[in-house]
Design a protein around this ligand. Structure first.
Ligand code: SAM
Ligand code: DTB
Ligand code: SF4
Length: 328
């Protein structure tokens, strides 16, 4: 018998549980790629790729002990510590990146967290890069509420702060801060009204279950990060992870596909590790939903493919560099 009772409330939006994410990983690769492409095409132009440039604005001498990082003062790597760059130097680098086709400019500092006295200079960098019409992203370590607000005031588009791996594996990689500290900074960035760039590193010896847990945590941030960098470990001599077992490239492809499906509107960035990656593997990553890369022969301290190589690859694949940048 028909009733005039209101229809039951719509079910709560899908939560990506570990079981559901694990099931995506278990799919035959072709099925996972097909599903990821369908999701990708609903939200993005499948042949569009964003080109980002990266600049280390303060290199080395970091107090933290992240086991993968060339810039930690705890590891014997050849990286020399530098002071925070002058604004003019940063602008010059941003202008030349823009001339090479980058629409996003990411600035990275090897800090546990910035000092308050550095904030005015950092804010100026953000303002000036943005005035060039580029999208801005910065990564400075842990932030206080006031520091996050100062960056927002300067017009920062994205703050990068990675969870890097699952909460249970994190203490095996870093001992000088906690996974929860990362979450607290992410919450401050959100409260300040800055979009979040947050992802991780694969190939540090984590299990698939730990990769599942990382994606589960990223996808259940509310809202999910608008930008999700997936880094493949670049083993750095002198770090505890210098001899890490290389990851099966198809596991990287799967992780990108799973990130695409679980975070459908986020830009998934194929970040560190492309220098040693086969072009065909990169093409599979783009097919799985990656739609941004760093261009230029250096990341922060490690190598990256030459611009010419990337241009040829994009042209062989019919990929077009994304034109839109930040609204001035
Ligand atoms: N100090 C800040 C922090 O830790 O958030 C910002 C700089 S830190 C170098 C930025 C990110 O680079 C890390 O979170 C990590 O994901 C990535 N990264 C660093 N070294 C890497 C390596 N050897 N291989 C792959 N990714 C790496
Ligand atoms: C991110 O997730 N990857 C970029 C960016 N955010 C800052 C950094 C990659 C660093 C790779 C190692 C190096 O250059 O030292
Ligand atoms: Fe420092 Fe960031 Fe490197 Fe960790 S990842 S050692 S916090 S620069």
């Amino acid at each position: 018998m028909p009733t005039n009772r209101p229809a039951p409330r719509a079910a709560a939006p899908d939560r990506w549980s570990a079981a559901r994410i694990g099931a995506l990983y278990e799919l035959p690769l072709m099925d996972l790629l097909y599903q990821a492409q369908q999701v990708h095409r609903r939200h993005f132009d499948a042949n569009d790729i964003q080109v980002a440039a990266l600049l280390s604005i303060k290199t080395g001498g970091c107090a933290e002990d992240c086991g993968y990082c060339s810039q930690s003062a705890h590891h014997a790597t050849p990286i020399k510590a530098t002071k925070l760059m002058a604004v003019a130097e940063v602008i010059e680098a941003a202008q030349s990146a823009k001339a090479r086709g980058a629409t996003r400019f990411c600035m990275g500092a090897a800090w546990r967290s910035p000092k308050d006295r550095d904030m005015p200079r950092l804010a100026e960098m953000v303002r000036e890069v943005r005035a060039l019409g580029m999208e801005t992203c910065i990564t400075l370590g842990m932030l206080s509420e006031a520091q996050a607000q100062a960056l927002q005031q300067a017009g920062l588009d994205f703050y990068n702060h990675n969870l890097d791996t699952s909460a249970d594996f994190y203490p095996r990689i870093v001992s000088t801060h906690r996974h929860e500290d990362r979450l607290e900074t992410l919450a401050r960035v959100r409260r300040a009204g800055i979009r979040v760039c947050c992802g991780g590193i694969l190939g540090m010896g984590e299990t698939r279950a730990q990769r599942v847990a990382l994606i589960e945590q990223l996808a259940s941030l509310d809202p999910a990060p608008e930008s999700v960098p997936i880094n493949l470990l670049i083993p750095i001599q002198g770090t505890p992870l210098e001899a890490a077992e290389p990851l099966d490239p198809f596991e990287l492809v799967r992780t990108i596909g799973v990130a695409r499906i679980t975070m459908p509107t986020s830009r998934v960035r194929l970040s560190a590790g492309r220098e040693n990656m086969d072009d065909a593997v990169q093409a599979l990553c783009f097919m799985a939903g990656a739609n941004s890369v760093f261009c230029g022969s250096r990341l922060l301290t490690a190598g990256n493919p030459e611009a010419g190589h990337d241009q040829r690859l994009f042209s062989r694949l019919g990929l077009r560099a994304h034109a839109a940048a930040a609204e001035a």
